[in-house]
Ligand binder design. Structure first.
Ligand SMILES: NC(=O)c1ccc[n+]([C@@H]2O[C@H](COP(=O)([O-])OP(=O)(O)OC[C@H]3O[C@@H](n4cnc5c(N)ncnc54)[C@H](O)[C@@H]3O)[C@@H](O)[C@H]2O)c1
Ligand SMILES: [Zn+2]
Length: 371
């Protein structure tokens, strides 16, 4: 007997009118019905990478056909390397070949790469058509599928060409996580921990206590984690859709995290880098007297349970060089989101602030020596 938890909906505010994010075990089976009721498109373009296509994309297309909906499957090679203008142009051509028009709808079934790439296709195809996000990785469920950011990577960096394009619906079924490789589960869960760290200390502790069940993709635990994360991200992006203020808090752990990723030439996975980034930024905050003492230790205690791979040896000075080059740096100075305490970001100087270079280097040196 598979558990059928009651689905929950969170409304995400958007200039485009807002949309629901539905979370629930068994929801995937209801997709054709939901597409018909909530989108009513003429044709559906289901886009998945080659790993997710046979697992979830093809079954969805078959179910749509069974329900009398016209759906076509479009696939591309799995991985970040496919998030390109080239892949975007291949997909847009393929949609035209299949006769998808203005009244069509893109259904992104997959991880964050699929969501961003297929989302950008939907954002630009005939100046924008309907989009439904069906995230199948923890990362995509707790983070990438909510907020309307879409885009592709360039030689100069990640996500440098893109658009805001709010989906019509987000549907996360935790049952799809059972096919997600275990190391991908841990990586994506880091963003859920981040959401707890910035907004909800009790949820953060809950995540730490349920890490084992979450890593096992237990449907009940996963539903609870995804739902709370979506609520937190929805509350933040509803208040600040275009990233002019509050949305910055989602960047906790990412200033240092991005520098660690960059210095490792992306050998360090995003989740691992952000987990370490949160610990380092907590330490920086504690030394500045901004973050309540002991916060870093509480973060470390919970994150340890995700059993993330350890960092390779990285040179602190080399890492610090990447901080000034951060995409979100203003006039060449990195900005940090600092916690006031677990569950709350310090907003005394805006949602992010500059920090003395010497302090950052000191913390990097101590911390990178220990790992
Ligand atoms: N738009 C946003 O707001 C936003 C936010 C955060 C991250 N992102 C983007 O998300 C991307 C990372 O997302 P990701 O970690 O999900 O990467 P991904 O889409 O590459 O998925 C990771 C791997 O898991 C596989 N996979 C996904 N779901 C599966 C399932 N249910 N069963 C089996 N295999 C499955 C994929 O095929 C892939 O190999 C990055 O490109 C990042 O920039 C976007
Ligand atoms: Zn992230």
């Amino acid at each position: 007997v598979t558990q059928q938890a009651a689905p929950s909906a969170t409304h995400v505010g958007s200039a485009a009118g807002g949309y629901d994010a539905l979370v629930g075990s068994g929801l995937f089976e209801k997709l054709p019905e939901l597409l018909q009721a909530r989108v009513g498109a003429h044709r559906y373009a289901v886009i998945s990478d080659h790993r997710v296509a046979p697992l979830h994309g093809e079954p969805l297309v078959r179910a749509c056909a069974g329900a009398g909906l016209e759906a076509h499957l479009f696939t591309f090679a799995a991985g970040e390397a496919s998030k390109t203008r080239k892949q975007w142009s291949i997909l847009t051509d393929a949609l035209l070949d299949a006769g998808v028009g203005r009244d069509g709808c893109v259904v992104a079934v997959g991880g964050g790469v699929t969501g961003d790439l297929a989302g950008f296709v939907a954002a630009t195809f005939m100046r924008g058509i309907a989009l439904v996000q069906v995230p199948t990785s923890y990362l995509a469920m707790v983070d990438a599928s909510v907020g309307g950011k879409t885009g592709v990577d360039l030689r100069h960096g990640k996500n440098l060409v893109g658009a805001f394009h709010a989906p019509r619906l987000v549907l996360a079924d935790p049952r799809t996580l059972t096919t997600l490789p275990e190391q991908e589960r841990a990586q994506g869960l880091v963003e859920a921990f981040k959401h707890g760290a910035i907004r909800d200390a009790a949820h953060f502790e809950w995540l730490g206590a349920h890490a084992e069940a979450l890593l096992a993709a237990d449907a009940e635990a996963a539903s609870e984690a995804v739902l709370r994360s979506v609520e937190i991200k929805a509350a933040v992006v509803s208040a600040d859709e275009r990233e002019s203020g509050l949305r910055e808090v989602l960047n906790f752990g990412h200033t240092v995290g991005h520098a660690l990723e960059a210095e490792s030439r992306f050998d360090v996975a995003h989740g691992t880098a952000v987990a370490e980034g949160m610990l380092l930024e907590a330490e920086i905050g504690e030394r500045l007297g901004v973050t309540e003492p002991g916060t870093g230790a509480r973060l470390a205690e919970a994150l340890r349970r995700l059993e993330l791979p350890p960092l390779p040896t990285l040179d602190a000075t080399a890492v610090s060089r990447f901080l000034a080059a951060d995409k979100k740096a203003r006039s060449g100075r990195a900005r940090y989101v600092l916690l006031k305490r677990l569950g709350e970001v310090d907003g005394a100087e805006g949602w992010s602030r500059e920090v003395p270079d010497a302090l950052v280097l000191e913390v990097l040196e101590e911390r990178l020596r220990r790992v």
